[in-house]
Design a protein around this ligand. Sequence first.
Ligand code: FES
Ligand code: FES
Length: 152
Amino acid sequence: GDLRDLYQEVILDHGRKPRNFRRLDDATLTARGDNPMCGDRMELFLKTAPDGHIEDAAFQGRGCAISMASASLMTETVKGKTPAQAKQMGEAFRELAMTGTCPHCGGDIADDMERLTPLSGVHEFPSRVKCATLAWHTLNAALDGAKEASSE
Ligand code: FES
Ligand code: FES
């Protein structure tokens, strides 16, 4: 439907021009995420306020367009949230993605991948779900004080 097309445009836009793609030199929490299926890696930076809420979020790394779009949307989404709220969103996202359902529009994740493939350069897609959830796994690790995450 129209709403789904709109969301897919949003995903494409974030895949092409990821938001918050930078280092945060004053990050209070960081973690590295690794997608073992393709070897792509990202580093996440969170800056938390004294009351614990997430003031800023940024990431750097290498990955296919879906992982970039997902990290871009994740960093935008968690700003201003408490760690508990952010973890709850991550949980919901991962649960939905595991079913192959797009957490953004309820469509099939495979549809996104088809649209994003031309943007993704040399990457093959060993597992789409792992690409979509890498950023959220990394977020969880950072919030738990762990340094490494895997989208396993
Ligand atoms: Fe990608 Fe829904 S926004 S299939
Ligand atoms: Fe490596 Fe998607 S994150 S192919």
